[in-house]
Design a binder for this molecule. Structure first.
Ligand code: SF4
Length: 258
């Protein structure tokens, strides 16, 4: 007998409580994740983001968090904020080289600066307010067509910035589901996402919370060497082996290490 996704969600929520994603640098809030700044999270408040600036901040955070910890991404985001660059026009008016220096802490800074520029140019011609009223089916292919915006970044933008009901799959999700016997190690992003969409009610709030809870669980408990004795899923988890793909391969990308 395996745990269902709904059972996993309920157990993780009971253990860790609401996570309050996506953190916003200017929001007082708290920090249930205990990593990075002590503020910015907004547990139980799904009204946020409620301004286009906050939505842009989350989009930029999605790019900056690629292949690094949130702590490093957050430092880069603060640099952008301090230079008045949580602003589409200001981003476009800043050279990629200047941006790269500001986002150095997030690693791969030349690539990320170029990606931020690409995103800003897209948003110049597709204003955030227009994206809010369009469907996932309309917006997703456009976001995916931006160089440097892969599945995970794209769906993070759709879910956390634009509040559209789509589940974000990451390396942690895959590890947890493989160990619980719900998917195989070769399951694709789309297959895993479809499983969530089939088993979990289509809800921005639940998808938001569930993804954040999986990250929290995999950072604190379901580690490379899992701490099964203290795990809320230990009774029914299959505890199957999971080997992360080697770094540098496409499947190894671990975007959020909050
Ligand atoms: S920590 Fe152990 S029991 Fe818990 S989900 Fe991971 S493998 Fe399963």
């Amino acid at each position: 007998m395996t745990l269902s996704l709904v059972e996993i969600y309920k157990s993780l929520l009971k253990r860790y409580g609401p996570q309050g994603w996506w953190p916003l640098i200017a929001h007082a809030g708290t920090n249930p994740t205990l990593r990075g700044r002590l503020t910015g999270y907004h547990p139980g408040n799904f009204e946020l983001p409620n301004t286009e600036k906050q939505m842009l901040e989350i989009m930029l955070g999605g790019i900056l968090a690629q292949n690094t910890s949130w702590v490093n991404a957050e430092k880069a985001l603060l640099q952008l904020a301090q230079n008045d660059l949580i602003d589409i026009q200001n981003l476009i008016d800043t050279s990629v080289e200047q941006l790269a220096q500001l986002v150095r802490s997030s690693g791969y800074y030349n690539q990320k600066a170029a990606r931020i520029h690409n995103l800003a140019r897209y948003l110049e011609s597709h204003p955030i307010r227009s994206l809010l009223s369009r469907t996932i089916a309309q917006v997703r292919p456009e976001l995916r067509a931006i160089k440097g915006v892969g599945n995970e970044t794209c769906d993070s933008i759709l879910l956390y910035a634009l509040k559209k009901p789509i589940f974000v799959v990451d390396a942690y999700t895959k590890k947890l589901l493989v160990r619980n016997g719900l998917i195989s190690a070769i399951s694709t992003y789309e297959e895993i996402q479809t499983l969530f969409h089939r088993e979990i009610p289509q809800s921005v709030e639940i998808y938001n919370e569930f993804h954040a809870l999986i990250v929290q669980h995999c950072v604190h408990c379901c580690l490379k060497v899992p701490l099964c004795d203290s795990c809320p899923l230990k009774e029914l988890c299959q505890k199957l082996p999971f080997s992360a793909p080697k770094r540098g391969t496409k499947r190894s990308i671990k975007k959020d290490q909050r």
